[in-house]
Design a protein around this ligand. Sequence first.
Ligand SMILES: O=C(O)CCC(=O)C(=O)O
Ligand SMILES: [Mn+2]
Length: 213
Amino acid sequence: MQLDLLANGDRGAGEVVRFTLPDADVTLWPGFLARSEADRGLVALQRELVWRQDTIQMWGRTYDVPRLQQWCADPGLCYTWSGIRMEPAPWHPLLLALRGRLRALLGIDFNSALANLYRDGRDTVGWHADDEPELGEAPIIASVSLGATRDFVLRHRRRRELPVTTIPLEHGSLLVMRGATQACWEHALPRRLRVAAPRVNLTFRVARAEGSI
Ligand SMILES: O=C(O)CCC(=O)C(=O)O
Ligand SMILES: [Mn+2]
């Protein structure tokens, strides 16, 4: 994994780490949120989002998705994932505030966010790309992490000789993926059995209404 530190110094809000991966554009702001903001956000979102336990069907059996989820979005923007269709929940005030911060930082007006609650290190998300048609070509995904540090792993879809890249996503960090990242790479959040604490992840997206795909 090669890192190109654009700004050095203490873990300030301005520190940016750009990952030099072929066919990808991945940037990390480790201190996007101040510690106190991240602490408050973790508690509030765990308590106040209406977390869904979704299920998936595989080989004729029903399994719980290994995490809790919620889809917050502007009215009318649904999200379909592995056959699960999510109607939008209203924006939580904290998600709205983050949406404003992201607009100021990145110049993008995100209209939706998928929230994941990993109750402990047994909860995971498997290999996938955020390449649903409603996200359009070359989507930009802004991922805010709160709570336990978990490893986020990336692998190239075709060039399997390239090593898997591991990015530990810390409390209060922001990871932004854009350009060809979703077309050329997959990502996952593997099990980490020694992690006992919960983690909330918010992936902000720009989704198009179903009729406009
Ligand atoms: O929890 C994470 O960091 C990743 C979540 C993710 O990939 C997703 O929700 O699509
Ligand atoms: Mn994803």
